[in-house]
Write a protein that binds this ligand. Structure first.
Ligand code: ASP
Ligand code: MG
Length: 418
């Protein structure tokens, strides 16, 4: 059994779906599970539907219509004539969605989010399924909501490993040559409520499936040649890494490398399943492999840049030291607002964190701490991480810019820069 994952960018138009079919047809004699994300930017578009719906804005149906038009247009380019069964699938799905948003909302924002946003993956998988069938590929469609069991932490659901192992092994038979298509990112709770695993969570689904099904490998098809040592739009001399260890991949994802979702590596590492990152436009190229390889591999400096960061410095107003009691209070608030501390540093009387500048969350977080702490913050910063740094690599990213925080460990250098 092997697992292929296609993200939104690889199936953003009819050409992408045809290319997917080509890759699948060129994969012979294998049991294959295909995991797809929502097409193109449809998750963002569905987030807008959810937002309008939740705020009962008059444009909510128009927002949904944008999503509908996108898919109908793509389908009309894939199939000649309008008799393909995918048209009735789409009609049913959109009728349901229109009805859903016509009604008033419950006041559970995240629950409503998962109900609406999960539609992107369902539609995408139905379209790709129909196209693969039309190309004579014998394939079955599986609804991930019937077998990936999660809790009800909507928008960031936690997977129930025991139940999911059982349900997934029942859903995906292993007869030789069988092919399946399913959705990334989505799951379902014991009460039958749709859930999602967090933005960009489809990679994680692919890794989980590989884990549950004891797959031989996972391939993530991307619009880049593999894992590069820098973003080629920022550094044109970026090079591809041929292979890296699981540990290195976890570090890179943790520091914010966009190429794989941070939760993806653990499941495949546990079962020693190799993960390939390959270019979907040149599918015979070898890409990058993440596998069990020794840690001392020679790797060039790897640059990871997170923009739009905020540096928040928190000091007790009573001039007490920053100690465990203060820290636990601060961490409780970070957890409450689901703010991820991308970097932390403390001194005797202040504790600093660097986080994505998501203003709605940061505003409330600061608001709650304001009475006991003095809070200073700087916006519009970059958090730059250089793995396997050299003096030259550090000079390259810092130059003469103002550095707010610097942290160096044996392999990793990090800077908060204006
Ligand atoms: N469609 C979801 C998103 O855009 C999940 C994914 O693409 O991995 O976040
Ligand atoms: Mg995506």
């Amino acid at each position: 059994m092997i697992v292929y994952k296609f993200g939104g960018a690889s199936i953003k138009d009819a050409e992408g779906v045809r290319n997917l079919a080509k890759i699948v047809s060129d994969t012979q004699d294998q049991n294959l599970v295909i995991v797809v994300s929502a097409m193109g930017k449809m998750t963002n578009a569905l987030e807008k539907v959810h937002n309008s719906y939740f705020k009962s804005m008059p444009d909510k149906q128009d927002m949904l219509k944008t999503v509908k038009d996108f898919h109908y247009h793509l389908v009309s380019e894939l199939f000649s004539g309008s008799d393909n069964p995918v048209y009735s699938d789409l009609e049913n799905l959109f009728n349901d969605a229109e009805k859903l948003i016509a009604a008033g909302t419950s006041f559970e924002k995240d629950y409503e989010y998962d109900k609406i946003v999960s539609l992107g993956e369902i539609i995408s998988s139905r379209i790709v399924f129909a196209y693969l069938q039309s190309q004579g590929i014998d394939i079955q469609w599986v609804d991930m909501r019937t077998c990936l069991r999660t809790d009800e932490t909507f928008r960031d659901a936690r997977v129930d490993f025991d139940l999911s192992t059982k349900l997934i092994n029942e859903a995906f038979g292993k007869q030789k040559g069988s092919k399946y298509i399913t959705q990334g990112f989505i799951g379902c709770s014991a009460n039958g409520k749709s859930t999602t695993l967090g933005r960009e969570g489809s990679d994680y689904t692919a890794a989980l499936l590989a884990y549950f099904l004891d797959a031989e490998s996972v391939t993530i098809w991307k619009d880049v040649p593999g894992i590069l040592n820098a973003d080629p739009r920022l550094m044109p001399d970026a090079v591809k890494l041929k292979e890296i260890s699981y540990h290195e991949a976890i570090e890179l994802a943790y520091y914010g490398a966009q190429v794989i979702h941070p939760k993806t590596i653990k499941p495949i590492q546990n079962k020693n399943i190799p993960l390939y990152v390959k270019p979907f436009l040149a599918h015979k190229e070898e890409g990058t492999v993440i596998h069990d390889v020794h840690e001392n591999l020679i790797i060039p400096p790897v640059y990871i840049i997170k923009t739009n960061q905020v540096l928040i410095s928190i000091s007790p107003k009573d001039f007490s030291f920053i100690a465990e009691d203060n820290m636990s209070l601060i961490f409780a608030k970070l957890a409450k607002y689901r703010i991820k501390a991308n970097m932390m540093q403390n001194s005797a009387i202040s504790f600093s964190i660097v986080a994505d500048n998501d203003e709605s969350k940061i505003h409330y977080f600061i608001g709650e701490l304001n009475s006991s702490f003095q809070i200073l913050y700087n916006q519009n910063l970059e958090l730059v991480t250089v793995r396997h740094y050299t003096d030259e690599a550090i000079k390259r990213v810092t130059g003469s810019r103002q550095i707010f925080v610097r942290q160096l460990s044996r392999r990793t250098a990090r800077f908060v820069i204006k």
